[in-house]
Unconditional design. Structure first.
Ligand code: CA
Ligand code: CA
Length: 222
């Protein structure tokens, strides 16, 4: 009897030890980045950080962050190959990160979408990611976007006309001509009669054009 009790006790101890080892292995998958050096010199307050436990490449980090509602910026810790997302706005520097694909500028993040889409599909895509199609409100922002979109294609802007008018507004309702503008000469001209959307062309100037055309886009996260 005593022998059986001893055996049961031994099994229990072995079970507990294996459980502890398993749990600690799982826990070790979560690496908390607490030093600024872990995040390329930038910080994301603990309560706004999102920890991803799987090892990922830079592009996987970005895709995972894009799929995760509320994740606006992502860092990759080179040594551990693991990523931490940050819920935007809480990054502590205006120059803060960016990892492959997103760019952080004046407390906003930008994501270049190279896949060509119609204006409405591009708008929906940005909206699904928690952002909006790019609006350009200043020369600084235009300069940034020119650098970002270093690819040979036209790019949608978030401006469209108010129905039955030729007044262009941004998604937030602001009138385009109340802010910065960079129209090509003779534009907007509504040349085809249905040029209700706006793109930046290869010469980095704006033109009105039909919304069903398919172009690259940039999503912006305020
Ligand atoms: Ca903007
Ligand atoms: Ca035009």
């Amino acid at each position: 009897m005593q022998k059986n009790q001893f055996r049961i006790c031994l099994y229990f101890v072995v079970f507990c030890v294996s459980l502890v080892i398993t749990l600690s292995e799982n826990n070790s998958k979560f690496i908390k980045f607490t030093k600024e050096s872990d995040l390329g010199g930038f910080t994301c307050p603990e309560q706004h950080a999102i920890y991803f436990k799987d090892k990922m490449s830079s592009s996987q980090c970005l895709a995972t962050c894009a799929d995760f509602k509320g994740c606006f910026s992502v860092f990759r810790h080179e040594e551990s190959s693991r990523c931490i997302g940050c819920k935007d706005k809480y990054l502590t520097s205006d120059d803060a990160p960016v990892l492959l694909g997103t760019t952080f500028f004046r407390r906003r993040s930008y994501l270049v979408v190279t896949e060509k889409k119609t204006w409405f599909d591009a708008k929906s895509h940005c909206s699904e990611l928690g952002g909006h199609l790019l609006d350009i409100m200043s020369q600084d922002e235009h300069t940034l976007v020119d650098k970002l979109r270093a690819f040979e294609t036209d790019t949608w802007l978030g401006a469209t006309v108010i129905k039955n008018t030729r007044i262009f507004i941004w998604e937030n309702g602001n009138k385009v001509d109340d802010y910065f503008e960079n129209w090509s000469s003779h534009e907007p001209n509504n040349a085809k009669g249905n040029e209700n959307c706006v793109k930046i062309n290869k010469a980095n100037v704006w033109v009105d054009t039909p919304c069903y055309e398919q172009w690259s886009s940039v999503c912006e996260f305020d």
